[in-house]
Design a protein around this ligand. Structure first.
Ligand code: NAP
Length: 484
């Protein structure tokens, strides 16, 4: 079997970042196996109209690969994807990336102390270190609605956008009002003959302080040392301070709620529509969304907001819970992702034949969200409890990448071939995480993709990101079983 030192799973932000940092640390003996035919992860998949990032691009980019000419403060999807491709080119990653290599199984072999990895097309590889960078939002969640297969028109999920389906003059029904839907609804409303939007719970949508960068700003960013760094720092502090509202200072969230209410009331004149667009849970419990064009589009394009729930799908549309039929040529699902099924459907098999799914049967957990006991030499980027509701995920990924590099460097310096996190280190860390989550707004009685099927919060990091950076800044051998 072919042997390598490192295998990275996935060529999204995490995988590319890990690969760049491996190269910068003089490691060449690695590959990235990517299940799709191109790199980019969620920025390759989510091509729906209006797709853009809700974190400013100066911060939503690698600190070690700055781009100083973003067109907008919040870059659109195509520009982010281009940036990722530029990074791959700039750091000569192409020879390392193997496309159309979906991994089915990774099994730890006790004798060789290596991971044996197999792909769908039966490619096999033996690696010392396995690093997953599969993201949390890559498996579309389709609701299990009765009659779905009987629908005669076109239907698709927002993350599998059908560019071949022309929405012009079509009757369109959208199901879901999350972060994706609020971006594409105002765009497709411009083309569709009619648009009906099925909302199960209303989101909080606040203003998006987006704008184009001027030529002067581009010049300053590129020529004056420190300006770009200052911009990153300013954005970081601004976004990080929002966490105060999620955890300790309820007044911060109250102020944000007041500002949301003013914005919504200014944009929507109809009182009953305003009521329907008002969430019934505290702000922050689900992801806070940003868009300037979502609320105004209801009156501008006469979007029908339906809050009666869905009884079933009929061959010609949707039957709501009051028995009323809504006709559609096209059904679009903005129904989110199977976020808590981390790493599925891959089978990751650790020591003594233990499957990761089995180890996680009471909810996914890992030490620092990175290593799992009984799964030696295995590191996760964007693992359990490392998602954010308030800041850039790239900052978290960089913390995880640095930690992984330090762990590997430790093993190499001390001639250790196996590293396995100690059960009590993992348990202690996760007890603290779950304790901290209890005092966040996420525990205030709404259901969201932040929880798994049993209601356990396995997705979010319940602290400041600088705290996470501090915890991951050094590899501490006392947390691990290390064998030569
Ligand atoms: P989402 O936020 O999970 O929203 C899914 C929507 O579908 C919710 O409104 C949900 O209602 C609804 N829904 C789910 N199942 C349903 C059913 N059976 N019947 C009716 N409605 C149903 O998904 P998303 O909009 O794709 O966004 C997912 C995440 O992707 C975001 O939270 C964000 O982290 C990321 N994202 C980021 C950006 C960005 O700008 N960076 C853009 C898009 C997405 P309930 O609320 O009632 O469950």
């Amino acid at each position: 079997m072919r042997q390598l030192e490192y295998l990275i799973i996935g060529a999204g932000f995490g995988g590319l970042g890990m690969a760049i940092r491996l190269r910068q640390n003089q490691h060449q003996d690695f590959e990235i196996w990517e299940k799709a035919a191109d790199l980019g992860g969620c920025w390759r998949d989510n091509i729906y109209p209006g797709a853009a990032c809700d974190v400013p691009s100066h911060l939503y980019s690698f600190s070690f690969a700055p781009k100083k000419n973003w067109s907008h403060k919040f870059a659109p999807q195509a520009e982010i994807l281009d940036y990722m491709k530029e990074c791959a080119e700039r750091y000569q990653l192409s020879p390392h990336i193997k496309f159309n290599r979906e991994i089915t199984e990774a099994r730890f072999d006790e004798d060789s102390r290596r991971w044996q990895v197999t792909s769908v097309s039966n490619d096999c590889l033996s690696v010392r270190y396995l690093i997953s960078a599969t993201g949390q939002l890559n498996r579309p969640a389709m609701p299990n609605l009765p009659g779905l297969n009987d629908f005669k028109g076109e239907r698709f999920h927002s993350a599998q956008w059908r560019e071949d389906v022309d929405l012009k003059d079509k009757k369109v029904i959208v199901i879901g009002t999350g972060a994706s839907a609020i971006q594409f609804v105002p765009e497709i409303a411009k083309q569709a003959k009619s648009l009906s939007l099925f909302q199960r719970s209303a989101p909080y949508v606040i203003t998006k302080p987006d704008r184009r960068y001027s030529k002067l700003e581009h010049w300053l960013l590129q020529r004056v040392p420190g300006i770009y760094t200052l911009s990153r720092l300013k954005t970081y502090i601004q976004y990080e301070s929002r966490f105060l509202g999620f955890r300790s200072f309820k007044q911060v969230m109250r102020l944000m709620t007041l500002s949301w209410r003013r914005f919504m009331h200014g944009a929507v004149k109809d009182e009953s529509l305003r009521q329907a667009l008002t969430p019934n849970y505290p702000m922050g419990c689900k992801r806070i969304l940003i868009a300037n064009n979502y609320y105004p589009s209801f009156e501008r394009f006469d979007i029908q907001l339906n809050t009666r729930g869905i009884e079933k799908i009929s061959p010609s549309g949707v039957i709501d819970n009051t028995g009323v039929s809504h006709e559609a040529d096209v059904l679009i699902f903005g129904t989110g992702f199977k976020a808590s099924e981390l790493l599925s459907p891959m089978r990751i098999i650790g020591r003594n034949g233990l499957e990761l799914n089995e180890a996680w049967k009471h909810g996914a957990e890992a030490f620092l969200g990175i290593t799992v006991t009984q799964f030696p030499n295995f590191f996760m980027l964007y693992g359990p409890n490392t998602n954010l509701g308030h800041n850039s995920i790239i900052y978290m990924l960089e913390s995880q990448i640095n930690y992984t590099l330090k762990a590997i460097a430790y093993c190499q310096q001390h001639q250790r071939s196996l590293l396995d996190v100690l059960p009590h280190a993992q348990q202690h860390f996760n007890n603290k995480v779950q304790q901290a989550i209890k005092s966040t707004v996420w525990s205030e009685g709404c259901s969201s993709w932040y929880q798994d099927a049993e209601g356990k919060h396995t997705i979010n990091w319940p602290g400041f990101t600088f705290r996470y950076r501090h915890l991951t800044r050094q590899f501490n051998a006392k947390h691990y079983l290390l064998e030569s």
